[in-house]
Design a protein around this ligand. Structure first.
Ligand code: COA
Ligand code: ZN
Length: 311
């Protein structure tokens, strides 16, 4: 089968949220704002700029209000905030987030570890959020974390995921994200689930969120794309992870994803040289190397001089 790569792949940049939430060093508010402003210049249509969760749960993002108030809103960019409950939604609305991303886990045990609620309690909280935003221009996205596997429960039944998507649709949420929180998905599983989900949801409303924990992140992207998915989360440098999931590690790396797309001929609209420059500034901001590979290796077209004496 020869895949048609002519349709654009939309990248939502999540480093300011998923990327920074697990970092042990405190990133100053001004540096977060600078990062988001620089990302806004990179051609993204969507940036998850922060979360409004308990500051005790995620101290690294406790300055969400100041970040959202300080960023320059680039026209055409949707600035998304992750929220777990009504209080988070109120904070996000006051801070003028364009979209709220509500998260619950397909696995009950990860939802309890991450949100300190059952899935049913999360859905009740989301109902309150839906009532709050009704009539405003703010859009809602529902994420199903641990869709492809849970670090406590293992494999997740596809029907559980499908039922949660139904619940999100009944709540009137516009978008749905299926997240592989700890990188347990494989391409065959991804292809099968995406095919199934796209029978009840248009591709324009489905986002895939992969982590590269076991090295399968970009393979999973291609499998999802081949099954018809067109929207993907990714994080600059490959930063990221959930502090409430043992063994969590980075998201798929944005510049590695964009490089893959350029090599196989899928348009993303993202400025890869700009991203590489930004990614190469992360080690000095965060004090460690990034997992991303293209920032270290360079693009295929970044050639080296022929060694002297090569004949
Ligand atoms: N923003 C700020 N503070 C919040 C909040 C929010 N969205 N939700 C609750 N709080 C505060 C409460 O006001 C309360 O404060 P107090 O101790 O000063 O009185 C405290 O947090 C505890 O509130 P409670 O409702 O009992 O929450 P909890 O301790 O059971 O935690 C969550 C529930 C959902 C708030 C918390 O688990 C959470 O924020 N999880 C998100 C984790 C996350 O971001 N994971 C990664 C992304 S998927
Ligand atoms: Zn994630």
């Amino acid at each position: 089968m020869i895949t048609d790569y002519s349709q654009r792949l939309i990248v939502q940049e999540v480093s300011p949220r998923d990327g920074l939430q697990i970092e042990p060093v405190w990133v100053e508010t001004a540096d977060k704002i600078k990062l988001i402003n620089q990302l806004s210049q990179g051609g993204f249509s969507r940036i998850e700029a922060g979360s409004f969760v308990s500051p005790k749960a995620i101290p690294a993002l406790r300055d969400g209000e100041a970040v959202f108030q300080g960023i320059e809103r680039r026209p055409g960019v949707v600035y998304v905030a992750l929220v777990p409950n009504l209080k988070g939604a109120q904070r996000a609305l006051e801070s003028k987030a364009d979209e709220l991303n509500l998260v619950l886990s397909a696995s009950q045990s990860h939802n309890k570890a991450n949100m300190r609620m059952t899935r049913e309690q999360s859905l009740v909280a989301f109902n309150e959020v839906v009532s709050l935003v009704r009539g405003s221009s703010v859009s809602l996205n529902g994420t199903v974390a641990t869709t492809f596997g849970c670090p406590f429960e293992g494999r997740i039944d596809e029907d559980v995921v499908l039922r949660l998507i139904d619940a999100y649709q009944e709540l009137g949420m516009h978008g749905v994200t299926l997240a592989d929180t700890t990188g347990m998905a494989n391409p065959r599983q991804v292809f099968q689930l995406v095919k199934r989900v796209l029978t009840q949801l248009p591709a324009s409303q489905l986002t895939l969120h992969f982590h590269n924990t076991r090295g399968l992140g970009l393979s999973n992207v291609l499998a999802a794309y081949e099954a018809g998915a067109r929207r993907f989360d990714a994080s600059l440098g490959g930063l990221g992870g959930c502090p409430f999931a043992p063994g969590a590690s980075g998201n798929i790396c944005t510049e590695d994803l964009v490089n893959l797309c350029e090599e196989v001929g899928i348009d993303t609209g993202i400025d890869l040289p700009h991203l590489l420059t930004l990614s190469r500034s992360l080690p000095s901001l965060l004090g460690h190397e990034m997992p991303g590979q293209v920032a270290k290796a360079g693009r295929n077209c970044d050639l080296h001089p022929v060694p002297p004496g090569n004949g």
